[in-house]
Design a protein around this ligand. Structure first.
Ligand code: ADP
Ligand code: SF4
Length: 690
């Protein structure tokens, strides 16, 4: 199909200094937890973005000197010539598809403890290292340090050129780089020409831009990645004042302005806290102050929103990290006139969480992310069927839907049976909770694909028993029956049931999603899950008029959401809603209208009046599987060749995990799987001593 002419503008080339991007799709630098530790995986992932049509594909943060060592995080490095080879490998992978390759040169300054290199951290002023309360300090850079620093940056730009990069990103942003620390009034207490006035605080960044242009600007485009607003009012940079003035001072220096808001938690806000295109209001002014092209990010997945941002003069290029992770082929799909095939990012930040834990990123929507090299998985291609088998998939949550989708794509005959009156399992149910509407995209993308497949049929309101499954006559059974939240309090903090907690006295998240409610009045949410659901239910009940207290055994509420960059936003929203947050408390007893908690700091019991909703852990819905097993040889006699459980009914976990398991099931059907062998390629270092 031809592309819709409305989207032509997205495919117009654009000059960025001496280079030309073939289109307006700019995969901005994004961390991926692979980098220098898993370089083959990283290279294959970047190459896939280029194959999918991104006109510019950038590295992640690339530390350009050993005094910037972001250990334990896994990014790229350009510390010396030895780093050129693997980065050149990425450049080649990107060039293969005619895209431009960019590198983001980064020095994290006082943000990092240099735990591997053991160099003393540096910054504009003496101050404690920022990251995770590392108990060491950064020292104030002398004039000589500043000169050295500029030389290191220039050297790294020259090495980038040797590696073959077309674009170099001079990185001021996210409150996480030396130039951003110099620019910040909060961080820069210098009294020399690098401190004080805006012009002085901007001096280092100006020098970096000028010197980079001078060193490599003849063949490479120079991108200024710049945060114009820190979203903290007058405490930080604001776009209406110093953000704008800074842009005006440097307006014509770079070849492209890549502008955003800071810090990372604001730049990469989840869909729960910000809609698509939310940064436009902060960066709209930029095109008025520069003649150079401008780009921003904002979780753009809709071609109409992209075109609108360009036509309204906000940007020239559409920057994207997460949309390119969820769908590396997003540009191609628009180009080929099939935007309905886009696998839209749901804005959950599971990708960020894996990077934050120094693991290769995972994606809730794209189960092939980071599997391009090690498993050879392509996000759009899958092998054709190996037999004429008919597969019965039971349960239509993310696991069942993805298995059905990919099995259908392989050409198998697939029947999907769902007990409820609607498809989607947990994503459908959770997407009705406050702020989680975008979760439904996990279902909608797959339904959109399945609906076009004549070899796939779906049945609603079909709760199947073991006997019915046997009668059905499928060759393979794929059970994706999900999991159920417990009522008895057992979870992380409590290994045995809590006194007084049972189905009769406690509501679970499933009950809340089924529409059940506690008696109106005070309610205690016991969050021993530490992810999003406890907070979301607290928000829901608070909106409905309950007086809500959230109790958690952890030191902060929704502890794990630190990794999805949501914790601060969640806590702020709770405070705004008047929700009481009680940390380091465990529930010890529940009786009529009372919840007794033990305060870990005082060792005293506290009585909280009200009902309780417990968000602790789930148990797999494995009755169907167990019933089938109990029937002995009956399945074999019925001609069933395999029975597999996938997703939450096998091991309750994240939506991303269920999706991955559904995908894996479909890939592995009719293939020989050696369960004793590691199921992917591994990256091995060259050893000097062995
Ligand atoms: P997952 O995350 O593993 O995909 P979900 O809980 O989202 O799991 O989805 C499981 C789905 O399976 C639910 O929609 C549930 O209604 C359905 N289901 C559970 N048991 C049966 C059954 N015996 N027959 C048909 N559908 C079932
Ligand atoms: Fe988007 Fe979530 Fe995938 Fe990240 S993990 S790209 S936020 S869908």
């Amino acid at each position: 199909m031809d592309r819709d002419p409305r989207y032509d503008i997205l495919f117009e080339p654009l000059e960025i200094g001496p280079v030309t991007t073939p289109n307006r799709f700019y995969q901005v630098p994004h961390c991926n937890g692979m980098g220098r530790a898993y370089p083959d995986s990283m290279i294959a992932m970047r190459g896939m973005k280029a194959a999918g049509g991104w006109g510019i594909v950038c590295t992640e943060q690339c530390d350009f000197h050993h005094s910037s060592d972001i250990t334990p995080f896994t990014e790229t490095r350009m510390w010396d010539d030895a780093d050129i080879a693997y980065l050149a490998g990425m450049v080649d992978a990107v060039h293969e598809y005619g895209s431009l390759a960019g590198i983001e040169l980064t020095h994290s300054g006082h943000d990092v403890g240099n735990m591997y290199s053991r160099e003393v951290p540096i910054g504009p002023s003496h101050r404690p290292v920022e990251a995770y309360n590392y108990p060491g300090q950064a020292r104030a850079m002398s004039k000589r340090d500043i000169r050295d620093y500029r030389r290191w940056h220039r050297d790294a730009a020259l090495r980038s050129k040797r590696a073959g990069f077309d674009l170099v990103v001079v990185y001021q942003g996210h409150d996480g780089t030396v130039p951003s620390h110099f620019l910040s009034k909060r961080q820069n207490q210098r009294t020399d020409e690098y401190g004080g006035s805006l012009e002085n605080r901007l001096r280092l960044y100006r020098e970096l831009l000028e010197e980079t242009k001078d060193a490599v600007g003849d063949t490479m485009g120079v991108i200024a990645r710049f945060a114009v607003d820190e979203m903290m009012g007058s405490e930080g940079l604001e776009w209406e004042s110093e953000g704008r003035e800074a842009l005006e001072m440097l307006a014509e220096l770079p070849d492209l302005w890549d502008v955003n808001v800071s810090d990372w938690a604001n730049d990469s806000m989840t869909s729960r806290f910000a809609p698509e295109g939310y940064q436009e209001e902060y960066v709209r002014f930029v095109k008025q102050v520069t003649s150079k092209p401008v780009s921003t990010v904002g979780r753009y997945t809709s071609p109409d929103a992209m075109v609108s941002a360009i036509r309204h003069g906000v940007v020239d290029l559409i920057g994207a990290a997460r949309p390119s992770i969820a769908d590396p082929f997003l540009p191609r799909k628009i180009e080929e006139g099939r935007p309905e095939d886009i696998r839209e990012c749901i804005g959950c930040n599971i990708c960020v969480a894996w990077d934050m834990r120094s693991a290769p990123i995972r994606c809730t929507q794209n189960p092939t992310m980071s599997e391009e090299w090690r498993k050879g998985w392509h996000p759009e291609q899958i092998a054709e069927k190996e037999s004429e088998s008919h597969i019965l998939v039971v349960g239509s949550g993310p696991a069942g839907l993805e298995a059905t989708h990919q099995l259908g794509k392989r050409g198998y005959q697939v029947t999907l049976a769902e007990a409820r009156g609607e498809l989607g399992g947990r994503v459908t149910r959770e997407s009705r909770l406050p702020g989680l509407a975008a979760w439904a995209r996990v279902r909608d993308y797959r339904l959109g694909q399945i609906q076009t497949m004549a070899n796939v049929e779906t049945f609603l309101e079909s709760e199947l028993s073991a006997e019915q499954v046997l009668e059905f006559g499928a060759d393979h059974l794929c059970l994706a029956t999900g999991a159920t939240w417990r009522h008895d309090g057992v979870g992380r903090a409590n290994r045995s049931p809590i006194q007084g907690m049972s189905r009769d006295t406690v509501l679970s998240p499933d009950d809340i999603m089924d529409g059940k409610r506690p008696a109106m009045g005070p309610v205690v949410i016991f969050d021993d899950d530490h992810y999003y659901l406890g907070g979301v239910i607290a928000e829901l009940l608070s909106t409905e008029g309950y007086s809500v207290t959230i109790v958690t055994p952890e030191s902060i509420v929704a502890d794990w959401t630190q990794y999805t960059l949501e914790q601060g936003h969640i806590e702020a929203r709770m405070k705004q809603a008047g929700i009481t947050i009680l940390t380091r408390r465990n529930v010890v007893r529940v009786s009529a209208g009372e919840v007794v908690v033990l305060n870990d700091l005082t060792d005293q019991e506290e009585v909280l009046p009200g009902s309780i909703v417990a968000v602790t852990m789930r148990l797999p819905n494995d009755h169907l599987y167990n019933d089938l097993m109990a029937l002995g040889d009956a399945a074999e006699e019925a001609g069933i060749k395999s029975i597999r459980q996938i997703g939450d009914c096998y091991g309750p976990s994240l939506i991303a995990s269920a999706n991955y398991e559904g995908h894996r099931y479909a890939r592995e059907l009719d293939t020989e799987v050696d369960i004793d062998a590691v199921p992917f390629k591994r990256e091995h270092h060259k050893l000097e001593l062995a």
